[in-house]
Design a protein around this ligand. Structure first.
Ligand code: AAL
Length: 358
């Protein structure tokens, strides 16, 4: 008998713990579902307050022109262009009621005049912090977004914006010093997308998508998107880009959770390690833990308590979006760990009764 390469690999691949493996199922929701003429997308994490769940998301209306606009730089370019941040609340995570606008775009000449989108929420020391993408008026792809923050004492607002952005993108082409030979700097696009904020080891960790290199499409099993992290002592900053950025080689929208004194992360959609769950004891150096199936797009997980019950407790359920480019309107759904594929011992995952549409 001989041992094949695959069998040799299997000996230590990846960590062999089945309770990191899972799949996902999807449920249509009311209140945030498909609506002609309206985009709702990029939901935040879900948090609970007084027995109700809350979620924030990008909302905009009208058709958008993508990269085909030749070339009115003021035309709505993306579904998240000319957007505001809305929020909704629910008693069961399925029937949602839109409560209104949480954060509006800024006024003329302000750094967030053109759009505010893709929020995430952190509740910390009795206050609420929204982090989100913001961009000034001008040529969307040339300007690029920054990360902004708004703070509220009450979950329903009012939200007070910090006067300037809390994070700017890094200069293009400076993040891959050792791979200059095979990485064309001209094609590298540094961004600060999908901000997600956590209180970790007495500091604030702001994770984000740090590259968005669609021109290298499919080179690394999909668009070359990766994540970065910026760390601050105070929640309002200053946030300092980690020297280790990019800290992932894959993943589109960020979704992370606390587990066992470290940070767990689900990397979706793009890159050689797409659709994997990874774990970093220090929040920076991520190791592959499992391959997962049917991952949520732009997921925002419920930030529950007792996350140490099992590795996947932090993504037991949440909200995500459906974005069918072209003619469709973006909308929000609920995701749940697939009960058949979540091997988390001793934990009863909820059964969803409503119609599952994916
Ligand atoms: C999303 C996210 C960010 C991008 C855009 C809106 O899926 O990656 O938020 O900027 O698309």
């Amino acid at each position: 008998m001989k041992l094949s390469s695959a069998s040799k690999r299997a000996e230590n691949y990846p960590h062999g713990e089945s309770n990191w493996y899972c799949g996902f199922q999807y449920t249509a929701v009311s209140g945030l579902g498909y609506e002609e003429g309206v985009h709702r997308r990029d939901p935040s994490s879900v948090i609970e307050h007084d027995g109700k769940y809350y979620v924030w998301y990008t909302k905009s209306s009208g058709v958008y022109y993508g990269n085909y606009t030749n070339y009115d730089m003021y035309a709505k370019k993306y579904p998240w262009d000319y957007a505001d941040i809305y929020y909704a609340c629910s008693e069961d995570g399925i029937n949602w009621k839109e409560k209104g606008c949480a954060v509006h775009r800024g006024g003329k000449g302000e750094y967030d005049e053109r759009t505010v989108c893709t929020p995430d929420i952190l509740e910390h020391d009795g206050k609420y912090y929204l982090v989100y993408q913001a961009i000034a008026q001008g040529d969307y792809d040339v300007l690029g977004e920054s990360v902004a923050m708004a703070i509220a004492d009450d979950i329903n607002g009012p939200w007070k914006k910090i006067s300037s952005s809390i994070l700017e993108r890094m200069d293009s082409g400076t993040w891959f010093p050792e791979s200059k030979g095979n990485y064309n700097e001209d094609e590298f696009v540094g961004v600060v997308h999908d901000p997600s904020l956590y209180y970790f080891n007495d500091k604030f960790y702001l994770y984000y998508k740090c590259t968005n290199n669609f021109r290298k499409y499919m080179k690394y099993a999909g668009p070359d998107t990766r994540w970065g992290v910026a760390i601050a002592d105070k929640i309002t900053g200053p946030y300092v880009h980690s020297e280790y950025n990019p800290i992932t080689n894959s993943g589109h929208e960020t979704m992370l959770w606390h587990y066992d004194g470290g940070m767990a992360a689900l990397l979706n959609r793009d890159g050689p390690e797409k659709d994997t769950i990874q774990y970093a004891k220090d929040g920076v150096n991520f190791e592959l833990m499992s391959h997962v199936q049917n991952t949520p797009q732009a997921g925002g997980a419920f930030r529950g308590k007792d996350l140490d019950r099992c590795p996947l407790e932090g993504i037991r359920w949440g909200m995500c979006h459906v974005d069918e480019r072209g003619t469709q309107w973006c909308y929000i759904m609920r995701f749940d760990l697939d009960t058949r594929l979540a091997y988390c011992q001793g934990l009863a995952y909820p059964k969803i009764n409503s119609e599952s549409i994916i």
